[in-house]
Design a protein around this ligand. Structure first.
Ligand code: CMC
Length: 427
């Protein structure tokens, strides 16, 4: 057999032929390798899933060595240049770019679902004024579940579709309300005459101007940023969405778990950590000392490195270009000089070259957000808005995949053997 792997179990001398399909062997095929009939069989051990494919997917393709990202076959560069976030959302969810009629209908549906129940406002008001906006977003997404009890019928395509529209439409509203709450500003209701990114910017920044329209450069920049964050195959938060979704709760509950996974500083929370890092470095002269600490493993160079990319993250390259367009409108960000010099030094340094560490999506995005006057702790929220379409496509794909079941890994138990309970007086 050509596409197969021969494995000899040296404990027994038995040889097994494992078929190779789509570049992988099935982990279950190792279970036939036993030392005796009632032996459980061999398992594969892979902490952090570094070499384990957990699904077949047709959504996003990454070639980490070449720095390639495609959604449903379309290069990210083309989508960022020519498409819109809502069109990319349809592409991710349905598998094809929509026709004009399909897109108009989708946009109409999104625009007519942007409002949230008034009680959601009261829910958000319950947070302290200085709450982290990501905690507010995660909790309020989970809270939405209680308003749509039918959403638990996840086997119904119509019910799934309805929640998908609601989530894409309402997350910018929740995000903007969280922002306004932390600023002590009145909440601004959605404007359904505006585009998806313009409506979001209006809900965030509009102060008492009914005709407020965001600058078109910033509106387009946000559409591109949402596109660049829309999906990234089986990352930590997409995996959380699939794992939680596999026990079949409603998608609000699963998506709040995905947003929680995104929040961490090693994932979507890295964009805010980059800004804190740049502020801490303070000036270009301090960079060599900072790099020394990184190489001594006392610091991480935030916004650098990636589990999959061993080359420049294509999204980082686009964002770097976008930053200059935004700065034309907002004025430049003084931290840009530090970031550019940090990147230049890191890309020439053996430590980073040997480990193939390059800037990722989070390295330059925060500079744009800061120039637009978003508070640093709000950056992961901006990531979450864009990633919503990806989480939902991954969730739908998982639910309709006949090979999927409730996610439940195995473990290698390396703890104590059986022993008798000892009363506290004898310990
Ligand atoms: N700064 C310094 N050293 C690093 C970094 C970094 N940012 N990233 C990896 N390394 C080193 C790491 O210490 C290890 O060195 P050694 O071989 O001497 O032990 C080597 O590079 C391999 O790294 P790893 O930890 O095995 O890589 P990983 O695939 O487990 O981690 C990562 C990937 C993204 C968590 C990691 O690169 C990192 O912590 N980066 C900083 C946080 C960040 O920017 N996260 C955003 C990721 S992209 C967008 C997203 O997911 O949201």
């Amino acid at each position: 057999m050509a596409d197969s792997l021969s494995v000899t179990d040296n404990r027994t001398g038995n040889t097994f032929e494992l078929p190779i399909v789509d570049g992988a062997v099935s982990a279950m095929s190792f279970r036939q390798m036993k030392t005796e009939p009632d032996d459980f069989g061999l398992m594969v051990y892979d902490p952090a899933f570094k070499n384990t494919a957990s699904c077949r997917s047709t959504i996003s393709f990454i070639d980490g060595d070449k720095g390639i990202l495609r959604h449903r076959g379309y290069p990210i560069e083309q989508l960022a240049e020519k498409s819109t976030y809502l069109e990319v959302a349809q592409l991710l969810i349905n598998g094809e770019l929509p026709t004009q009629v399909e897109h108009d209908a989708f946009r109409h549906e999104i625009r007519t679902h942007t409002f949230v129940h008034e009680n959601m406002k009261k829910f958000i008001e319950g947070f302290r004024y200085d709450s982290n906006p990501m905690s507010m977003l995660i909790s309020s997404i989970a809270a939405l579940s209680s308003f749509y009890p039918e959403a638990g019928e996840v086997s119904s395509p119509e019910v799934r579709r309805q929640q998908l529209i609601r989530l894409i439409a309402k997350i910018p509203t929740l995000a903007a309300f969280a922002y306004r709450h932390t600023q002590g500003l009145p909440y601004v209701y959605p404007r359904n005459d505006l585009s998806y990114p313009a409506n979001f910017l209006s809900m965030v920044f509009n102060i008492n101007d009914v005709n407020h329209t965001p600058d078109p450069v910033l509106e387009r920049a946000f559409d591109v940023l949402f596109i660049l964050h829309a999906d990234h195959e089986q990352n930590c938060s997409a995996t959380a969405m699939r794992v939680v979704g596999s026990s079949q709760p409603d998608p609000y509950t699963a998506l709040s778990a995905a947003a929680a996974a995104l929040y961490g500083p090693l994932h979507g929370g890295a964009n805010r950590m980059v800004l804190y890092m740049l502020e801490r470095i303070g000036s270009v002269e301090n960079i060599p000392n900072f790099i020394k600490k990184v190489k001594a493993k006392e610091e991480l160079l935030m916004g650098f490195g990636h589990r999959v990319y061993r080359n420049y993250d294509p999204r980082a390259r686009i964002i770097k270009g976008l930053a200059h367009e935004v700065f034309e409108v907002t004025g430049t960000n003084p931290l840009l000089d530090i970031a550019v010099e940090l990147e230049r030094i890191a890309l020439e340094d053996d430590y980073f070259v040997e480990r193939k560490l390059y800037p990722n999506v989070d390295f330059y995005s925060g500079l744009i957000y800061q120039a637009m006057k978003f508070p640093i702790d709000f950056y992961p929220v901006l990531f979450a808005i864009g990633r919503t379409a990806g989480w939902l496509s991954q969730w739908c794909e998982m639910l309709t995949d006949k090979e999927q079941k409730i996610a439940r890994p195995r473990q290698l138990y390396v703890g104590k053997g059986v022993r008798d309970y000892v009363p506290v007086s004898e310990r």
